[in-house]
Ligand binder design. Sequence first.
Ligand SMILES: Nc1nc2c(c(=O)[nH]1)N[C@H]1C(S)=C(S)[C@@H](COP(=O)(O)O)O[C@H]1N2
Ligand SMILES: [Mo]
Length: 406
Amino acid sequence: MVRHPDPAVIGRLRERLARYWLTPLPAPPEKWRRGPWRPGAFPSERRSSGLTSRLGLWLGLAFAICFVTGLLSHLIQHPPGWFWWPSRPVRLYQVTQGLHVASGLAAAPLLVAKLWAVYPRLFAWPPARSVAHAAERGGVALLVAAALFQVVSGILNIAHRYGPMPFFFTTGHYWVGWLVAGALLIHVGVQLPVVRAALRRGAPVSPDRRRLLVGAGAAAGLITLVTVGQTVRPLAPIGVLAPRRPGDGPQGLPVNKTAAAAGVLAVARDPGYRMILAGPLGERRLDLAALAALPQHTAVLPIACVEGWSSTATWSGVRLRDLVALVGADPEGTEVEVESLQAGGRYRVSVVAPPHVRDPFTLIALRLNGAILHVDHGYPARLIAPNRPGVLQTKWVGRLTARVPA
Ligand SMILES: Nc1nc2c(c(=O)[nH]1)N[C@H]1C(S)=C(S)[C@@H](COP(=O)(O)O)O[C@H]1N2
Ligand SMILES: [Mo]
């Protein structure tokens, strides 16, 4: 027999919890009320619900785009078993990752404006009126810290400044992203009635508040304009703050890591180079002449770096599906591990999933924009596949292993 709990007991429990949750906490001694906490410390009350609600709305929108596109990028780079990512449209990742970086950069000035508008609230007295109030303030503190961490670490990453980050960027940025999402959902839930009322009332009141709003919006727009040229080619000339520009680099393409930095200059130029193919029929070794003697194909594809820059180029070489067929793999149901000549490093190996192996645009490229690959772009051979993050477009390919996906 199922025993149902006594409703009276539940009721008492709930009452006790509510009482505990809302119990007024003792205020700290009045003599501690100094500095920013003293009464009237902030004479010009900048905070108005109209202003903070609008800023919050824009910020929430930027963070939502950033979170969804960031999660997608993470899933593509670390695919769990259930995840499937297509090879077409060829520019999809270029768009989603461009949005990720652009929305994150646009969030920076909005976040600063929002913090500037609300920081007097940090010094409200008493600091915590009840357990519920303390929990809510703790949640906001967490949200502020996590949001600042995301924006700052993201900017440091696209600027290649890893010094101030004593952790692996990708892992930290990913987990703190979840923290922001969770804390933001709770914050929006708590503030929804205020936001709704404020937005329904309309106008954000006084002219100086309106100036702040317009200024923050203009700063977000300006930052977007001077950085988005890293991926939107027509805007490249005004991309003065873009860390990379689409046309800058050998063969008209930016370089992420040079051959010298990867320590592959000697092996990449070694005349004894052989590409090793491994599959059900065993191993084969092809020198450059043998690779060039296979049917050559051309594809116009972007390199779309996770850092937000992208650049489109014309690539020619051998189809990956043709290469794995040489060692007996069925291109329809095969995944391929692509290994670089690099001795170590995070991006030495990448795995090409079946949709990309099958795709006739997926090449082991030997040529770029009509000439032999520059060594910084992966000479003697590099992977280029449609709709795939730059980090997975392995350069200086030394070995391909075809296998059945787990
Ligand atoms: N072996 C190897 N391949 C690599 C990398 C690397 O560090 N090592 N960097 C990747 C990254 S992050 C990007 S964005 C692209 C850039 O290619 P490009 O330098 O030819 O523009 O190469 C990818 N291929
Ligand atoms: Mo990259």
